[in-house]
Design a protein around this ligand. Structure first.
Ligand SMILES: N[C@@H](CCC(=O)N[C@@H](CS)C(=O)NCC(=O)O)C(=O)O
Length: 219
C-alpha cells in the first residue's frame, strides 16, 4: 500500500477519526465511502467494493488542495460533501476486513486528514445493485472549519482554477476528468450537475488554454 510522505507544509493534524461504523454482518469489517479520488485511486487493500450513492449530500469542488492537486501558491480544487436534503452523491464503498481496517484507516488518516484537511463522518450508503440493503460507511468530508476549505465559486472560476493547478498526485484536470469518467460509467440515473457544469466550462476554455495535443499532455 502506498504511503503518502508528509508534505513540508503539512497542515495541523486533524482530531482523530470518529469511531468507525461497524459492518453488522462482520464486526471486524468496515465500509469506506469514496466520492472523489478514492473512486479511482483507493490505494489501500480492501475485500469488496460496491458502486452506489449516499442521500442527503451533494458533491462540491469546494475544498482547496495544496498537496495532491495544487500547491501553496496555486491551491487546486477537490471535492467534499455538502449537506443537502435533496442531494444524492454517487461513489464507491470499499469493505475492509481484519488487518485491512487499521491499515486503511492509518493510510487514509495521512492522505485525507493530515494532507487533505478532511474529517470522518458516518454515512448511509445505498448499493446500486441492492438499494434496499443500505450499509453504514465511513466518509471523509472537508468541513468549512478546515483551513483548506475554499467554499462556493462559479463553476467557470472553479474550471479555470482546475486547469491551472497541479500537485504531487498530478494535474487537477486529471482529478476532474477521472471523476467525470466514473459518473459516466454509473449510467444516466447518476447525475451531478455541479460536476457536469465544471467539465463543460473546462471544455469551453481548453482550446483557449492550449491546442488539443498539449491539453492531452496535461493529464
Ligand atoms: N474524501 C473524498 C475526496 C478525497 C480526495 O480527493 N482527497 C484528496 C486529498 S486533498 C486526495 O486523496 N487526492 C489524491 C489524488 O488526487 O490522487 C473521497 O472520498 O474521494
Amino acid at each position: 500500500m502506498k504511503q503518502e510522505s508528509a508534505a513540508h507544509n503539512t497542515p495541523p493534524s486533524s482530531p482523530p477519526p470518529l469511531q468507525p461504523p461497524q459492518d453488522d454482518s462482520d464486526p471486524q469489517a468496515l465500509w469506506i465511502f469514496g466520492y472523489g479520488s478514492l473512486v479511482w485511486r483507493p490505494d489501500f487493500a480492501y475485500s469488496d467494493s460496491r458502486v452506489g450513492f449516499v442521500r442527503g449530500y451533494s458533491r462540491r469542488f469546494w475544498q482547496g488542495d495544496t498537496f495532491h492537486r495544487g500547491s501553496d501558491k496555486m491551491p487546486g480544487r477537490v471535492v467534499t460533501l455538502l449537506e443537502d436534503h435533496e442531494g444524492c452523491t454517487w461513489g464507491v464503498a470499499y469493505q475492509v476486513q481484519g488487518e485491512q481496517v487499521s491499515e486503511a484507516l492509518k493510510y487514509l488518516n495521512v492522505r485525507e486528514a493530515v494532507l487533505g484537511g478532511y474529517d470522518t463522518k458516518e454515512v448511509t450508503f445505498y448499493p446500486q445493485e441492492d438499494p434496499d440493503q443500505p450499509l453504514k460507511a465511513l466518509a471523509y468530508v472537508a468541513t468549512p472549519q478546515n483551513p483548506g476549505y475554499l467554499g462556493p465559486a462559479p463553476e467557470e472560476a472553479i474550471a479555470t482554477q482546475i486547469l491551472a493547478c497541479r500537485g504531487f498526485s498530478g494535474h487537477n484536470l486529471e482529478y476532474l476528468l477521472r471523476l467525470a469518467d466514473f459518473m459516466q460509467l454509473c449510467g444516466p440515473q447518476a447525475q451531478d450537475e455541479h460536476l457536469a457544469a465544471i467539465v463543460d466550462a473546462v471544455g469551453t476554455m481548453l482550446p483557449c488554454f492550449c491546442p488539443t495535443e498539449q491539453a492531452l499532455a496535461l493529464v
